[in-house]
Design a protein around this ligand. Structure first.
Ligand SMILES: [Zn+2]
Length: 124
């Protein structure tokens, strides 16, 4: 099975348009961030189930993303959170835009909507 096949199957089984929108945005990328490795690549998205509270009970409306995450992870891809990364405008790699520890420093630049990773900044 290829990741494209898994994503295509996920699109057919997704029960909500919000999850289908997430699936349409999936693109395999590389990390630009030093210390982050993924030989096959990383997919960035919101991997949470789509849920809603009904009468005090949390109801899962669509668990497609979680199921796809499990499949992609078994295929040795990394699934990470899209709201924690920026995409380099030059090379398309992902670099962290949100801190993950106290000593974190952004490997790149975000300025007026322009995103450039640290590797591309060095090449300027
Ligand atoms: Zn770059």
């Amino acid at each position: 099975m290829t990741p494209e096949y898994a994503i295509s199957a996920a699109l057919k089984s997704a029960r909500t348009s919000e999850v289908r929108d997430r699936l349409h945005r999936l693109v395999v990328r590389r990390y630009a961030e030093p210390g982050y490795e993924s030989e096959r690549g990383v997919y960035l998205s919101n991997w949470n189930d789509l849920t809603r509270w009904e009468n005090g009970t949390l109801v899962v409306l669509d668990d497609t993303m979680e199921r796809l995450e499990n499949i992609l992870t078994k295929m040795d891809y990394v699934c990470d959170w899209e709201d924690e990364y920026a995409i380099c405008d030059d090379c398309g790699s992902a670099f962290r835009s949100e801190p993950d520890n106290y000593f974190w420093q952004m490997y790149g630049s975000q300025d007026n909507g322009d995103n450039v990773c640290g590797t591309c900044l060095k090449a300027i």
